[in-house]
Design a protein around this ligand. Structure first.
Ligand code: NAP
Ligand code: MG
Length: 478
């Protein structure tokens, strides 16, 4: 039985058991965990509070060494950890290994940042004085993560938190505790003082709530659903804690008449269906101009029908299972709803039987849609895309921006004029030209506008804005 990691030890917590099931084969139990609650969350917070003063002024070399050790071990074990990730979450093995690799590089990146933390010195406008602007750690950071990136999302929050001298209380999603546990086990051997890093495995309503509402946790970073995120933002505002939210998306991909057809179809399939469409950056709305529409839709349908849906660990699988029974039900209910709204189901949308019992779904394409339909406005979080037909670039841009979300936004075109215009006018935190809306680098900022994100950006050097506080110190020659 695996356990939470609190104040430098793995400790069992009561008799509640959490069973982690493989969504490709529900008879396969990946792991069992001792399920923690509010009391363990409070112990973890207390341990982090005790460790914070010393860790906040620790030598940057110590932080570099710890983060570099973690990154190196993750990279060395990427195949093993990738297989574990695919087994618990259902993305394909290459996707699992890719995600683990990204996690390793995230730790390497922030190892380097730890020895580059600097400030600024300016002359004061008052004679003989100078002004120093420095960054200090925030204190204790609470990290709450979703199930769709079991190691990358925890890594892109834990690595910068530790890099800038913060202590961490981390709550992974109960759906995917195995990758989180292995990550914590690696971190436990990285030479960090007890209490600097803690992981508590338990329900969001107990462990997550205890972390978010604790007066001793100075900052909360959350990725997940809009509903939970909105509650967390209010709770943090009430006690004036820093908060950063990464929420959903309904990301558009525009395909213009002048696009390279082969490339556009590949970009649409990768962005819409890979990782089973379970990415906040997935392109779920394809917006296609009328000159290329018929050719695009025919090739897209042909390629989508040929996608191999199956066991995440099987050779040749392109689309793994949906993560859980309840997520599958959500996907199927949206597929039903879209048809009731009048959309035409062109391809897929049906449950697929495999040798093993799992949550397999054939990727679905809807045409004849109107952007005001719920299927075009609400995040499904599954392998489901809509395709709409528009007159020209201006109509495509207007439709792309007609959404409450604004995470990622793509365009396929060979026109420099339209590509440049789109980079400026797409209402999104990330814009992709001739590249899938999903799939981003590890060294540059990640985040959205409108309803997709709240608070400072994650990743890259911009992560410092969330994980540090700025101090301005004046000094006169005296
Ligand atoms: P969620 O319910 O928002 O959960 C995200 C994390 O928050 C989990 O660790 C969860 O814990 C925790 N949590 C739940 N209630 C909490 C509370 N009251 N206080 C503090 N923490 C709490 O999202 P989900 O169940 O993972 O996914 C639901 C939907 O969210 C998906 O269908 C999808 O639409 C969206 N989603 C978006 C993203 C994204 O990257 N934008 C990622 C994943 C999901 P437990 O689950 O362990 O109880
Ligand atoms: Mg699982």
């Amino acid at each position: 039985m695996k356990t939470s990691y609190i104040n430098g030890s793995f400790i069992p917590s009561g008799d509640r058991v959490l069973t982690n099931i493989n969504p490709s084969d529900t008879s396969d139990v990946v792991d069992q965990f001792s399920r923690a609650g509010r009391a363990e969350a409070e112990s973890a917070i207390a341990a982090a509070v005790s460790a914070a003063p010393a860790w906040g002024v620790s030598n940057p070399q110590q932080r570099f060494d710890a983060l570099d050790f973690i990154g190196s071990e993750i990279l060395a074990r990427r195949e093993e950890l990738g297989a574990l990730l695919s087994r618990e979450e259902g993305k394909t093995l290459p996707e699992g290994i890719g995600e683990v690799t990204r996690a390793g590089y995230l730790f390497k990146f922030f190892a380097g940042e730890a020895v580059r933390i600097g400030g600024e010195r300016l002359e004061s406008v008052r004679a003989g004085a100078t002004v120093d602007i420095t960054r200090e750690p925030v204190g204790v950071v609470g990290i709450v993560t979703p199930w769709n990136f079991p190691i990358a999302i925890p890594s892109w929050k834990i690595a910068p938190a530790l890099c800038y001298g913060n202590c961490v209380v981390f709550k992974p999603a109960e759906m995917v505790p195995s990758s989180a546990w292995v990550l914590a086990e690696i971190i436990s051997r990285a030479g960090l003082p007890d209490g600097v890093f803690n992981m508590v495995i338990g329900p969001g309503s107990e462990v997550g709530d205890a972390i978010v509402t604790s007066k001793d946790v100075q900052a909360i970073t959350f990725t997940g659903s809009v509903g939970t995120g909105a509650t967390i933002a209010q709770q943090c505002a009430a006690r004036m804690a820093k908060v950063q939210l990464e929420l959903g998306g309904k990301n558009p991909l525009i395909v213009l008449d002048d696009a390279n057809l082969e490339q556009a179809v590949e970009v649409a399939i990768q962005g819409g269906f890979y990782s089973t469409g379970q990415r906040c950056t997935a392109s779920s709305r394809l917006i296609v101009t009328e000159g290329i529409y018929d050719d695009f839709i025919n090739l897209l349908a042909e390629r989508t029908k040929a996608l191999r849906v199956g066991h995440a660990l099987a050779e040749g699988t392109q689309i793994g299972p949906v993560v859980s029974e309840s997520q599958l039900e959500q996907d199927l209910s949206y597929i039903e709803l879209a048809q009731q709204e009048g959309a035409r189901l062109l391809v897929g949308g049906n449950r697929v039987e495999e040798e093993t019992e799992g949550y397999f779904l054939q990727p679905a394409i809807f045409t004849d849609v109107d952007n005001s339909m719920r299927i075009c406005q609400e995040e499904v979080f599954g392998p489901v895309v809509t395709v709409s037909r528009v007159k020209d670039y201006d109509a495509a841009l207007a439709e792309a921006n007609d959404t409450p979300f604004g995470l990622s936004s793509g365009i396929c075109t060979t026109s420099l004029k339209h590509a440049e215009h789109y980079k400026r006018h797409a209402q999104a935190g990330m814009v992709m030209v001739n590249m899938p809306t999903a799939g981003v680098d590890y060294h540059v900022p990640f985040g959205g506008t409108k309803g997709s994100s709240y608070g400072p950006r994650e990743q890259g050097r911009y992560a410092a804005d969330f994980y540090t506080r700025v101090k301005t110190a004046y000094q006169s020659a005296g």
